[in-house]
Design a protein around this ligand. Structure first.
Ligand code: ZN
Length: 306
């Protein structure tokens, strides 16, 4: 291979590398252009006139009126949140009042000073409170990929003191987490009742292995955090043994009938409660609720052995 060709190829490879770098590195600011805000310790541009996080002023020639307007907008959003989070507002309200007084007299720098003080105190308390709130959801991260990514995003917004975006993502995450724990709870309750019904079925001599396979499928779904689907599967867990349940139930009811007749004859008060339970059993059988059917069979059994 001639040598110039090698040079060409190397050149092509190098130009590819440049493209790779351009594609992967999005707007990386060289560290020498950043410095730490002495007030809130966020990284800010060296030539910034004020801190975009805590609104501390670095250069005296800033537009104080504009800063006041920005801070008022931010405070308007934050005050209802502070109320919700039960943050004490005494000193903050005092500073806002002072700021209004100076601004009304066109003394914007002094007005700004009070307003920035109010803002800084409030945002620090809000961030601290929300950090505590976030801890409650840390455990949910492992349960769901959506929650995990929302948690990460919310944490980033909180670090940047971007309360508006934080609250949006945080509320979304909270809703999702609530729904998920509700679904999990529903699944666990369903699982418990199905497993209990299978124990009863076994007691009646029914082979429940087909149903156990269905329960295992639902457990796999629950492991994959698909709780709603898992509940749907559990709803059908007893279907494969329906015929057997029916067969045992018929034999059982024949026995119950004899028992009721005997109890009525001998003046035993059990008869009444057994009849009530049989009526309930019929209702659930007509409804196709096999879990409840088995529960009622169990209750009747217990009532008869009293
Ligand atoms: Zn700052």
């Amino acid at each position: 291979m001639p040598e110039e060709n090698i040079d060409e190829i190397i050149q092509e490879i190098l130009s590819e590398e440049k493209k790779v770098e351009e594609g992967s590195e999005e707007e990386v600011i060289p560290p020498e252009e950043l410095y730490e805000c002495p007030v809130c310790h966020h990284q800010v541009y060296e030539d910034a006139k004020f801190c975009p996080y805590c609104y501390a002023v670095f250069e005296e020639d800033v537009d104080y009126k504009m800063l006041i307007e920005t801070l008022i907008k931010k405070l308007k959003f934050m005050i209802p949140l502070a109320r919700e989070l039960k943050i004490p507002m005494g000193k903050i309200n005092q500073d806002i009042k002072e700021a209004k007084k100076y601004a009304a007299n066109n003394d914007y720098p002094t007005g700004y000073t009070h307003l920035q003080e109010a803002y800084y105190t409030l945002i620090k308390s809000i961030v601290d409170e929300y950090k505590k709130e976030m801890e409650k959801y840390e455990i949910m991260m492992g349960l769901n990929a959506d929650i995990r990514s929302m948690y990460t995003k919310a944490s980033e917004y909180l670090e940047d003191w971007d309360i508006e975006n934080f609250v949006k993502v945080f509320n979304e995450m909270r809703e999702k987490a609530t729904a998920l724990s509700r679904d999990l709870k529903a699944y666990l309750e369903k699982l418990e009742s199905v497993e209990n019904a299978l124990e009863i079925a076994k007691g009646f001599g029914i082979d429940v292995s087909k149903s156990i396979n269905v329960v295992d499928t639902s457990k796999d779904m629950a492991d994959a955090r698909k709780y709603q689907e898992a509940v749907k599967v559990l709803n059908e867990a007893l279907t494969p043994i329906k015929d057997e349940i029916q067969e045992k139930m018929q034999a059982f009811l024949k026995m119950v009938k004899e028992e009721v007749m005997r109890a009525t004859y001998s003046g035993n008060s059990n008869a009444k409660s057994i009849i009530k339970l049989v009526r309930e059993l019929k209702f659930y059988w007509d409804e196709g609720n096999l879990v409840k059917v088995l529960e009622k069979m169990d209750e009747i059994n217990k009532e008869m052995s009293k």
